[in-house]
Design a protein around this ligand. Sequence first.
Ligand code: COM
Length: 521
Amino acid sequence: MDVRDRSFRTGEWRTIIDRAETGEIDEPIVNVDREDRREFDAIFVGGGAGGRFGSAYLRARGGRQLTIDRWPFLGGSCPHQACVPHHLFSESARELDLARSLSGRLWFGEFDEKRASMLAVIELFRSERNRAHAFMNWQSKEQLGMEYILNAPATVRDEHTVEVAGQRFHARNLVLGTGARTEVPEVPGVDLPGVFDFASLVEELDYEPNRCVIIGGSKVAVEYGSFFQAAGCPTTIVSRSPLMRTASLHHVDEDMRQFVVSGMRSRGMTILEGAEPVEITGNGRATGVVVRTAGGALHTFPADFVFLGTGERACSQPFVDTLGVEVDGRASIVVNPRMQTSVPGVYAIGDLIGPPMEMFKARKCGMAAARNIMGEPYEFDFSEYPDFLHSTYEVTWVGLTEAEARERYERVIVIQMPPPGMGLDETPLPCAEGSMLTAFTNPAASGFQKCVIDAVSRRVVGAHHVGFGAKTAFQYLDHLIHRPGGLTIDQMAEMNELFLNSEHFVQLCRLRAGQLDLTDL
Ligand code: COM
């Protein structure tokens, strides 16, 4: 299907994507400018976040790219199976938990557990997700001027050649961005029906689960588990490491972690740390998980729904086989800070190069590759970054934990809410957007925040927050605290807060900034 000379509106794109997904359109969707005789500067293999942003950047720099994806849309797993559904599920968890905790109060009706359905939310996502896909195709073509071939897998032939739908395309460079997949643990029974990961959940779930066991303690386990529990499916998490202490998460403050994990427990979740799955039992489909608990005893936890939260592994094998790119012990393609692989002219980006498997990294990797390809030496160091997850809350953090700061600096103060030593139920603070009703009805659950300051330089070195509405601020806080000179408590005190502001940092810093010798608050 050649769409080059057509200009579809998003509704028309949606129909095309729908038809491609049902197999009604089984040919490639081709948007290639046959009249442009220029060589391609790059072929992006994979049109997910990294490929799309890299492609857009390269075009904006005057280059010519071709982006190829096996799916009939650009944007990749983010809008199809990962970030977007996760945010829909996490918002649903928050709403469900609020409605449950306020059942019968104010204007809230008696909470009806039968109407709390994870399947209904998943079906909503499944039926509507192509709207976002349609926008990506439209924007990439009409606004960003990208060339692409969709609905057809790409096969890399050599470091300059990619074959798609029987046709070969050549480019000065290749940018590989085909992502990662769930690392399936070697547990007997893992192939049984009733065992899902984040992708098969949105593709295949067709029943309402009654009891869930999650294997693994990743971010995905915390986020999806909180949703399952809120949607009325009692959930047990089986994790070798303490939750939020897995290797993929850095700079998790212990007080913040305890607030999050004890909140999950108080909402009814069972969290088994130091535990390992021995077997998924089943009788044609999953019926439970046998777990060796921290004490060594074996217990069987019944479940009609088992979810894998064990992390992901890069889909690098085709490129190892064809190009011989170097990979590390976890199959992630090894790149330098310019995103160059061990093979000259071949770049790799996003989840394919390993953790953190986060959106900011994928998109900036794409941009970094594009800049280098277009002759601008550019390095991307993603070793320090802000991070977040959802429980029923938005949990956000940047910089150092209090413990890390105390190791690094001689004198550290914290500005914290509730203040250190005060019981959670003694104060309804912090509260702001999204937590006012909770603060007035269940103060102990209103949230937690902590700002960590090096008292000598007066610089903010870490910020941690559990609540709602603060995530956006952390993007800017990340920039401010990591820029040369950083961000001091005095500069925070100069900011104009939009009161009530979720993380409370500006006004709390102002209460202390007058001190020449800073103390905790
Ligand atoms: C976002 C997809 S949902 S992309 O990063 O804009 O391509």
